[in-house]
Design a binder for this molecule. Sequence first.
Ligand code: KG4
Ligand code: ZN
Length: 358
Amino acid sequence: MGYYESVKAKFDALKEKKDITVLAIESSCDETAAAVVKNGRQILSNVIASQIEIHRRFGGVVPEVASRNHTAAVGKVTDDALKQAGLRLSDIDLIAVTYGAGLLGALLVGVSYAKGLSYAAEIPLIPVSHIKGHIAANYIACPQLEPPYVCLLASGGHTALLKVEDYDSFTLLGSTQDDAAGEAFDKVARTLGLKYPGGPEIEKLALQGRPVIKFTRPMAKEDTLDFSYSGLKTAVINYVHNRAAKGEEINAADVAASFQKTAVDMLVDNAAAAVRRTKTDTLVIAGGVSANTYLREQADRAAAKYGFRAVYPPLGLCTDNAAMIASAAYFLLRSGESFAGLDLDAKATVPLGQADIT
Ligand code: KG4
Ligand code: ZN
């Protein structure tokens, strides 16, 4: 039997199998990650080799440098994930890999490696969207979580509100018209001379400041759940540069606190409106920005005020990791998704359901 027939037979058998163990590989940006997750919710191992220190000296991710470091790390990270799970490759039912969205060269490293493993061990391969991965982190965090719910997705590349109708069915409710929320955190941090990635640095500095500076917020329109971060980002940059030009001191902690409050309030106000509009009872927060404590507090506050439940991942599952990819793969399998061939390619952008989200 050839590779295709073998993985097809194995994949078909998985549809009836009770327990599914997934090995996932994620390399879309600056973390090389591999994880083993059982039945979409139980982490057996979760290994991350972060390149943050390497990219920090450049003030952001350098794509070529990321690809090279992924290539160096992916083998060891995958071996460690299997070892920490106490399993061999032959114990794995399904290999999952992030095929997009992200940096093409970086993604290709994970995709090529996963294809190689799949071919060598004749284990079916399933391609996973990074965005679906971020959402699925919450299935690990909250064992009772089931669709339908509203998801606020806020990362370095995306900011959107989705109605998650089913495990693999999404309706776009709103999205950013320009920059992503995480991108705004990173750019404001850079303006304030803080390290990359900016989100955690802004959060830290904001703790020492007060949100006393009024940065203009795009006019909230009644009928839209869209976001815009470019105006806020420019307002903060102009504020800092204008003060500097006049030789005036700025209180960087107040700038950080004021920016953070404005950025997060925009997210939470729209998210709360989306929950009410869709008459759902749960708000799930996903993506790197969900690590922000002020965001988590404000989401809890809105949940208490309007009577819904707020769910967000533990800190380690907010930013990029492979456990979330393994979880998403399990639910894709259960939703009837098919496996990939060896012609699987990486994609810089991927649609989510009907919508191309930004
Ligand atoms: O999900 P993620 O790790 O990668 C993408 O898929 O983009 O998100 C990274 C983004 C960065 O922009 C980073 O600054 C932001 O998430 N981030 C935060 C925090 N931790 C990470 N933003 C605000 N507060 C945080 N604590
Ligand atoms: Zn991400």
